[in-house]
Design a protein around this ligand. Structure first.
Ligand SMILES: NC(=O)c1ccc[n+]([C@@H]2O[C@H](COP(=O)([O-])OP(=O)(O)OC[C@H]3O[C@@H](n4cnc5c(N)ncnc54)[C@H](O)[C@@H]3O)[C@@H](O)[C@H]2O)c1
Length: 359
């Protein structure tokens, strides 16, 4: 472990000198302290990668970092990905970058539109500008299937499907995807875009503002679950499958991933909200569910993941049922007793900072 403070130029022991051990790839995870990063960071460490985590800790979720500090090939840097000096420091000795950071989700970007523009548009673009010329191998940009927005009931969206981003969140993702994929011949690394399905499953920083996790929590706690637009479809994917996919992309031959875009998830995990309620209720019977129509979120999309399987032979290992089961297990075993009292730790609800100097 190494903690790089704002004022320290490099961290001494754990960063391999380039060339000293050419087998170690050191991956900078930007936004690695978040929900999905909580699965990606340990997975890459376990697979033998070095990992540096750069995160602005916008929800005050710093203690997830403390749990990783004993890992030998891990270091953490606090800061804003859009701050050039911070990012230059974070990039020292790094071979690859995974971009997870941002204000994630329609509700948080709708609640803080100015911060969303600053982070998801400006900071991210500044970050991407800084990545060129650093001798990086690949840069993985994590985008979202939300970019498909609202599509006809009888269709599924493959990577060529017309985009229909409906929120500030998805509009910024589409803009960034297009920008990265337009850089052919202009940058010295291979960018790849992964459009993630909606995540579920256990991780050190949970997000209970996501459908599978939220429905399971509410029904476990015997609250009345309010479900809007139960017929609407979405694809889902376990955070540990995302972690395995990131590793797959890091290890794939460069020509199969450079300037490519992949939907990330599995066809079998396309579900309606009603399916998810039914799955949770099959494990937690006799709970209360109320239904409403015409919410402010019109998204409804089913996604085709054939390309992921064709190019990498990648299959998701976890079903939505698996995710529900493990969350119920964690709740029953008192691992999430603070789920209501520490609301902001467990979801993207309120920002505690949007800039490094406010820390
Ligand atoms: N969770 C999902 O269902 C889902 C679905 C599709 C795509 N994605 C994408 O996956 C990525 C990770 O999502 P998540 O669910 O882990 O979200 P999250 O909100 O839990 O994590 C985002 C992290 O980014 C950090 N961050 C925010 N602004 C920053 C900045 N300026 N500099 C450095 N760090 C900053 C936050 O502190 C946080 O730790 C995002 O890019 C998201 O768009 C997520």
């Amino acid at each position: 472990m190494n903690i790089i403070s704002q004022n320290c130029q490099t961290s001494p022991a754990s960063i391999p000198v380039p060339g000293e051990n050419s087998r170690i790839r050191k991956v900078l995870i930007v936004g690695g302290a978040g929900y999905i990063g909580g699965a990606v960071v340990p997975h890459l460490l376990q697979s033998g990668f070095g990992v540096r985590d750069l995160d602005l800790l916008v929800y005050g979720h710093e203690n997830v970092v403390l749990t990783k500090l004993q890992q030998p090939n891990y270091d953490f840097l606090f800061g804003d990905m859009g701050d050039r000096e911070t990012l230059e420091r974070a990039l020292a000795d790094v071979t690859d970058v995974v971009l997870l950071a941002g204000l994630v989700g329609d509700p948080i970007t709708g609640k803080y539109p100015q911060a969303a523009r600053e982070i998801n548009d400006l900071s991210l673009m500044r970050c991407i500008e800084t990545l060129n010329g650093k001798g990086l191998d690949r840069v993985i940009f994590v985008s979202t299937c939300s970019n498909y927005g609202l599509i006809a009931e009888n269709q599924t969206a493959d990577e060529e499907f017309a985009l229909n981003p409906l929120s500030l969140y998805a509009k910024a993702k589409v803009q960034c995807e297009r920008h990265l994929l337009s850089l052919r011949g202009k940058v010295d690394y291979s960018p790849v875009v992964l459009r993630f399905a909606t995540a579920f499953g256990l991780a050190p920083r949970m997000r209970f503002d996501l459908t599978v996790n939220e429905f399971t929590r509410d029904l476990f706690l015997d609250k009345e679950l309010l479900v809007y637009d139960a017929h609407t479809w979405r694809p889902y994917c376990h955070v540990r499958d995302f972690a395995r996919l990131i590793e797959t992309v890091l290890l794939a031959p460069s020509e199969t991933i450079a300037f490519e875009l992949f939907n990330a998830g599995s066809d079998a995990n396309n579900h309606t909200k009603q399916n998810i309620v039914d799955l949770v209720q099959s494990m937690l019977p006799n709970r209360r569910v109320a239904y409403r129509e015409n919410s402010s979120d019109p998204r409804n999309y089913r996604v085709n993941f054939a390309k992921l399987n064709r190019i990498f032979g990648f299959e998701c290992q976890y079903s939505v049922e698996d995710g529900i089961r493990e969350i119920i297990w964690a709740l029953k075993n008192h691992l999430l007793d603070d789920v209501d009292t520490r609301r902001n730790f467990h979801g993207n609800y309120d920002l505690v900072r949007t800039k490094a100097e406010q820390a």
